[in-house]
Design a protein. Sequence first.
Length: 657
Amino acid sequence: MVRYSITMDDELTGKVDRESKSRNLSRSEWIAETCTARLAAPAGVAEAGASSLNAMPFVPTASEPQCNIGDYETAVKNFKIEVPEYFNFGFDVIDAWAKKDRNKLAMIWVNQQGEEKNFTFRELSRLSNQIVNMFIKYGISKGDRVLIMLPRVPEWWTVTIALIKMGAIYCPAPTMLTPKDLKYRIDAADVKMVITNSENAAKVDEIFDQCPSLTGRMVVDGQLPGWISYPVELNYPAPVSSKIINLQGMKKTRSSDPLVIFFTSGTTGEAKMVMHDHSYPLGHIVTARFWHDVRSTDLHFTLSDTGWAKSAWGKFYGQWLEGSCIFVYDIRGKFNATEILPLMEKYGVTTFCCPPTIYRMLILADLDKFDFSELRHCVSAGEPLNPEVIRAWEEATGLTIYEGYGQTETVLCVGTFPCMEAKYGSMGRPSPGWDVQLLDENGNPVGVGEEGLIAIKTDPRPVGLFMEYYDNEEENRHVFHGDWYYTGDKAYKDEDGYFWFIGRDDDVIKASGYRIGPFEVESALIEHPAVQEAAVVGSPDVIRGLIVKAFVVLAPGYEPSEALVKALQKHVKQVTAPYKYPRAIEFVESLPKTISGKIRRKELRELEMQRQTNGACNTELPAHHPPMAKAPARPEVKSGGKGPAKPGAKSGGPSPK
């Protein structure tokens, strides 16, 4: 465990001084001493005239329980967020923390080469103010769309905070996008400026002249012809480099003003544009405070890309509302999940969130080599996590993994919270402030154990629910009915009120009169030691119309064979209801996925339809076929001993898409 010391001076930025031997503090002790503990009401306001933290509804109480949500029923009954008419996360949170405690650490950034940078809230406040002035210079104003395509570099945060302060609408984008993807997003959102790094600039150059709305390009590292240079501009003399924003002409942001457009995968066609307003950050109080159990002295680590909504969930809004520090690991190129283990030990990560795939990789490492004494809370989202992984993690760390459910369109709306029993594979129960029900196709509630559509009550509207799909009235009409938002996901509820994920409505397999969720079959398969990953879809069949088919990635040491097919089929029949077993199994090297890491079952369904068109019907196919082309993969789960008694227990559900 690295010990930390800090050198105090008038311009202290909170950077760790590892050379000094004057003090001997653990990271958590250091943060507890140099950062504000649980907040009392601060005296000042943000430099730009923001409201003070004590006027915000997220200020923690002075008394701190064992966890942030001591009793579920009480929390649900008493929970309320008062959304002010005007709210701006940049002014009302970042600047307010900077004013409250100039030395309070906000971010520890580390890359794969070992380079480290630390930022206080004060530094983020000043840098973002400089960038606001720069944006004003180049004609960006409230309501303009700005696309940010950056890896996990500090500039992503400083630029985003600046755009929030201005009331411009930021549009995150993953760096894996192609020029064609970029053009679609720029045109669809009417983007005025793109911000990226030199590594991705050529993609923008290729389509720049084809995008009428695009008037500016900014590069955050170096200089390029025709591009605004972020480092050059910030080194210019005043007023561009001023740490004080010229508020003249700037318009305040109402909580109901648009804040961000996330692009999320649609079931058909191009990505949908999910628009959230300025109250959205407040909704992540539930995500960070109750699910992540984050406190102001924590170092929280969410492993996610900046191009997706998960970055807002785990390395931005909720964590900084609570005044905690975030840990950012900048990953480029090839990534081995186990490389984060020594970092978690070295920096003393206290709360941790990652997708199931990463947990499955981590337990393959020798976890006994690492000191997890500062780690106190772990969560998982994205897709269900199988019980064996949870048990292995518990044995190594002494901590269970709490699962949850949400979408790009929401914050955490269903979760397993620290005050609750964790049922392996369950999504948990509705979050405080969220009325989540399971409805049939006529909008009527379903009974215990019955399959239903996950729907969210919109009256009163929960804080954190998206405004709309931007410029897509057809999709808005499809998901909003009366007082309900229909998520498009299916689940059932047990007698204790826990939700169990079945799958996307279009993923559910209708075979031989049964409705079968892919997760439950995948979960059963993953229980077998020969199976590393699995994806299940409906496949056309001459006799039955549709059958359950599994695409299986084998674990090391196993080879495809007819005997193994039969063994897997027998295993599934023993683990879940026999009618769900896969009548066809295809062994593949890997599974197709979206760039956000979701299994592309749609692609597998289309493959099966194409095979039928080509005359390869399941009744003519062998039990296993030659491997498909390579692509990534992700695990699913069966509920373990803690799950409900219903046969074929469903799996926990996905987080942001």
